[in-house]
Design a protein around this ligand. Structure first.
Ligand code: SF4
Length: 325
């Protein structure tokens, strides 16, 4: 057993938090002893989360036509991708239909996610009106990802019954400027702070395999820990032809599992949700994510790429002896 990994893991199991230097030590030790890294990440997962896994689903409230230039995104109007340049906004009926489908599959949360920097006041009011109806009719929790919002807008979402706000940091502050130029890292941080202040749960993570270094990964985790998010989505680049990252080499499955394990050590009590890029990048190793410390998955289709059927993911959990939360 690798003594460095075991020592760091026992510290986390005792309630300690890794420093930046310890995270670097863990990285080096994990490269030498991958199996030990996974073994201890799994122990930490089971210690803080038991045997349960949360399954989330999302519906794009608005799809495509985004004015922002995130270098990985199919929805940006800046790039020549297959996505429609005109945004498509879902009708009330379409959102109710997605809610009914989530409820029928036993999924307790539905995230309504909008493309774009932010949302208009009229659209925000429409959504606020829908939240109560969704909760009452279908008995599910509603999460929202509507871009950069101010404190008043967050307070209104919280008052309407939205349970959690999704807004990713995407990467470290240092690397962010290489990925996005149309809004700032600080705007993202302030949006997350506003959501927390409004009393909303916060689902904030990022995307990996976009040219970031291991130091960038560690810094983003430390920033998420400092902010106090309760859920961290982890996306792995699915290169979209036409975007600046369209020809980027994807991460290998073992690299991805090592990153998940690193985050389990750094964010021991945060729900780690494996989201976009799972199917493409992990292939036959998808079920290993739980051994690496994952406690949640995004099931069904992602925003712009195909995912896996919820039934397949439920079967995977059952086969592994895990239970949907
Ligand atoms: S990630 Fe969001 S803000 Fe960035 S281009 Fe895509 S839809 Fe727009």
């Amino acid at each position: 057993m690798n003594p460095t990994i075991e020592h760091l893991a026992r510290g986390v199991l005792d309630g300690g938090l890794l420093t930046r230097e310890q995270a670097a030590d863990l990285t080096a030790a994990g490269q030498a002893d991958f199996e030990d890294l996974l073994y201890w990440a799994d122990r930490i997962r089971r210690n803080f989360f038991g045997n349960t896994v949360r399954i989330c689903s999302i519906v794009p409230g608005r799809l495509g036509g985004c004015t922002q230039d995130c270098a990985f995104c199919a929805q940006s109007m800046h790039y020549d991708t297959a996505a429609d340049k005109t945004p498509k906004v879902l009708s009330d009926e379409e959102i109710f239909k997605a809610s009914a489908e989530a409820a029928a599959k036993g999924l307790p949360h539905l995230g309504i996610v909008y493309s774009g920097k932010s949302i208009s006041e009229a659209e925000l009011e429409r959504l606020i009106g829908l939240v109560g109806q969704i909760r009452q009719r279908y008995g599910i929790q509603v999460c929202a990802g509507l871009g950069i919002l101010n404190q008043d807008q967050m307070n209104r979402l919280a008052a309407a019954g939205v349970s959690r706000y999704n807004h990713n940091l995407e990467t470290s502050q240092r690397h962010f400027k290489n990925i996005v130029s149309t809004h700032s890292f600080d705007q993202r941080v302030r949006t997350i702070e506003a959501a927390l202040k409004a009393g909303l749960g916060v689902c904030a993570g990022g995307i990996f395999g976009i040219g970031e270094t291991q130091a960038d990964r560690i810094d983003m985790a430390l920033q998420l820990r400092q902010l106090g998010v309760d859920t961290a989505p982890m996306n792995f680049l699915h290169p979209i032809p036409g975007t600046p990252l369209g020809t980027m080499k994807t991460l290998q499955p073992r690299q991805i599992l090592s990153i998940i394990a690193l985050y389990r050590f750094l964010l021991p009590k945060v729900n780690l949700k494996i989201a976009g890029g799972r199917v493409l990048n992990l292939r036959d190793m998808q079920s290993w994510i739980f051994r690496a410390g994952c406690t949640s998955i995004l099931s069904g289709n992602y925003l712009t790429t195909a995912g896996r059927a919820v039934e397949e993911d439920l079967q995977m959990l059952n086969d592994l002896g895990l239970e949907p939360a």
